[in-house]
Design a binder for this molecule. Structure first.
Ligand code: CTP
Ligand SMILES: C[C@](O)(CO)[C@H](O)COP(=O)(O)O
Length: 223
């Protein structure tokens, strides 16, 4: 079955800050986005890679690929106003039926096992999301500042890649954007389609703040 992955790196990285967009920051000498693309290529060397980048960063990325001798073939699509719009732009490059994953460009430590589990399950279930358990106590805070502990077993932390059949994801992304579409599963769910959960890997962190870069250096050392 034909496989695609849309690697979204079209955001602003405001919480990370800094001079270099977070997807280009080197971790142990290799830019984050290259690590992410290599993880999918290592899973399946025939998977089609689609990278979504802001238009103004695309020339820089091309130069970076030349500088690092990065030769994995990939298509580049334009970043959009929100993650939803970036995914929609990437999806326009998906031309055949099969399975399509959407993965955050800034999650370079996804394991090969988790990628495989997501694509394998999607062949049966059509819509698959990797999750991890909540490892701390959670409190819900009301608008008036009152708060109470809620049962943590009722919650999971959501990762990517989120993998779908091409037809289903294309149908989902024809919907009008609403702010509660923070991931791909929420867009598919809005069609009334159930989402199947598989176990993610704890190392599969989203590099969001400078603290995460410190963790990333340690995780890269352990590879
Ligand atoms: N318009 C957008 C917004 C986000 N993303 C991507 O979606 C992923 C998850 O987003 P997040 O890490 O929250 O990145 P940013 O939106 O860039 O971060 P911030 O909210 O701090 O600006 C990232 O790989 C990001 O590049 C995207 O492709 N297009
Ligand atoms: C899609 C996502 O990675 C799932 O955890 C996440 O929602 C994206 O980050 P954001 O901060 O919501 O943009």
């Amino acid at each position: 079955m034909k496989k695609y992955v849309i690697v979204v790196a079209g955001g602003k990285g405001l919480r990370m800050g800094g001079d270099i967009p977070k997807q280009f920051i080197p971790i142990k000498g290799k830019p984050v986005l290259m690590r992410t693309l290599e993880a999918f290529h290592a899973y399946d060397d025939k998977i089609e890679l689609i990278v979504v980048l802001p238009v103004e960063q695309q020339a820089y990325w091309k130069r970076l690929c030349a500088d690092y001798g990065f030769t994995l073939p990939h298509t580049v699509a334009d970043g959009g106003e929100t993650r939803f719009h970036s995914v929609r732009n990437g999806l326009a490059q998906v031309k055949e039926d099969g399975l399509v994953g959407v993965h955050d460009g800034v999650r370079p430590f996804v394991s090969r096992e988790v990628i495989a589990a997501c694509y394998d399950a999607a062949a049966e279930q059509e819509a698959v999301v990797p999750v991890t358990d909540v490892v701390e106590t959670i409190r819900r805070v009301e608008p008036d500042g009152q708060s109470e502990t809620v049962p943590r077993d009722c919650y999971k932390l959501v990762q990517t890649p989120q993998v779908f059949t091409v037809g289903l994801l294309k149908q989902a992304y024809r919907q009008v954007y609403v702010p509660r579409f923070t991931d791909d599963a929420s867009v598919v769910e809005a069609l009334g389609h159930p989402v199947y959960l598989v176990k993610g890997n704890r190392e599969n962190i989203k590099l969001t703040t400078p603290f995460d870069l410190r963790v990333a250096e340690v995780l890269a050392d352990a590879e």
